[in-house]
Design a protein around this ligand. Structure first.
Ligand SMILES: CSC[C@H]1O[C@H](OP(=O)(O)O)[C@H](O)[C@@H]1O
Length: 367
């Protein structure tokens, strides 16, 4: 699978910049037409990259925040612990304000801070080294987490595959390599299918374009096409007819935060997909690294939903604003919550969770 790994290398979301003094990310706002890598170093540059979705997707936000804290810590001049930690914590709390929904951001930042606090007796120079190591550990863990999720998802695909027919799969937004360290979450089953010998034509991935920022059309179809997987894009409002006409046999989506009861926050439109999938009897799976499951959040009603600039609806991707001057876009929530009662299963790296979800999470040791 060298060509696929070559592609993954080309679009790797987060890696060290020169001499590890910056974070090198692919600027996803320019994809698919321009593949441009940028180096970010200061807390302001890292905050802006997350806020503007130059790097995006819960796992990738976590990894980039971890890498970001390592390079920020490297630039803190203080050699005394108190001075170093004070500046470190201020930067950590600043990065935590970049986006509110993806719990991976906070989980990764806390894990970096824990690394500092656990080694307070060591020289600051050693703490800086340990922060780089912890960031790389978070990244390496994400690769294996994706593979585990992918293997479980692939087994579900195998159960549905009919000889000689392409398996119709629907995705929403981008939960692919561009939202993670390598294999993604919702796309990991497709990538594992290729590793298990499936041909790209054994499946057909229908990518919701995913208004307003078009992560599906711009990013997921870009990934899957380059992986040689049959893929097409459709308007979000076409998913119902695809399900009604039997084209979709399974749905895989990512998530930004899963509540303890299994309610899953994901890109806006996911809750509608869950209602449609339940109505048409199409199995729908949330692909969720356990770091995205937040047992401290009881239900989906408690998940903070990021409200973005409504201008993204009116003028993004249009030569001219789509609505008459003076007509404002009403609101622009970046996420909504799929009701746990409509979700067929939640695929974690520890295994497939079925309802009742809180019980299933606890059985897998998810705290
Ligand atoms: C598995 S993370 C992918 C998840 O993140 C996306 O949001 P955004 O592009 O705004 O970062 C979307 O919700 C994806 O499903």
């Amino acid at each position: 699978m060298s060509s696929l790994n070559d592609f993954f290398e080309k679009v790797i979301t987060v890696k060290w910049g020169p001499e590890k003094k910056s974070v090198d990310i692919i600027d996803q706002t320019l994809l698919p037409n321009t593949i441009k890598r940028i180096q970010i170093r200061t807390q302001e540059e890292i905050w802006e990259a997350i806020k503007k979705l130059r790097v995006r997707g819960a796992p990738a936000i976590g990894v980039s925040a971890a890498y970001g804290m390592a390079v920020i810590a490297n630039d803190i001049p203080d050699e005394d612990y108190e001075g170093f930690y004070t500046k470190f914590k201020a930067s950590k709390e600043y990065l935590a304000t970049s986006r509110p929904t993806a719990v991976n951001l906070f989980w990764a930042l806390n894990r970096m801070e824990d690394t500092v606090k656990a080694n307070r007796e060591k020289p600051v120079s050693e703490i800086r080294r340990l922060l780089y190591a912890e960031a790389e550990k978070i990244r390496e863990e994400d690769v294996q987490i994706s593979r585990n999720i992918g293997e479980t998802g692939f087994r579900l695909m195998e159960e549905l595959k009919e000889d000689g027919k392409e398996l119709g799969i629907l995705t929403h937004c981008n939960a692919g390599t561009l939202c993670s360290a390598k294999y993604g979450t919702a796309t990991a089953p497709m990538y594992m299918a290729l590793e298990h010998g499936w041909k790209g034509t054994d499946m057909h991935v229908y990518c919701d374009e995913t208004r307003p920022l078009l992560q599906g059309a711009r990013l997921t179809s870009f990934e899957l096409y380059n992986a040689g997987i049959t893929t097409s894009v459709q308007c979000d409002n076409m998913a119902a007819l695809l399900m009604k006409t039997g084209k979709i046999k399974i749905i895989f989506v990512g998530c930004d935060r899963v509540a303890a009861n299994g309610d899953a926050a994901n890109k806006i439109g996911t809750s509608a997909l869950a209602v449609l999938a339940h109505h048409y009897g199409v199995p729908m799976y949330i692909c969720a690294p356990s770091s995205t499951i937040d047992m401290a959040t009881p239900t989906g009603d408690d998940i903070p939903i990021e409200m973005r600039d409504p201008e993204e609806i009116k003028s993004m991707w249009y030569k001219e604003p789509m609505a008459p001057a003076g007509v404002d876009a009403s609101f622009n929530p970046a996420f909504d919550v799929a009701d746990h009662r409509l979700i067929t299963g939640i695929i974690t790296e520890k295994g497939l969770c079925s309802a009742p979800y809180e019980e299933a999470f606890r059985k897998f040791g998810i705290k």
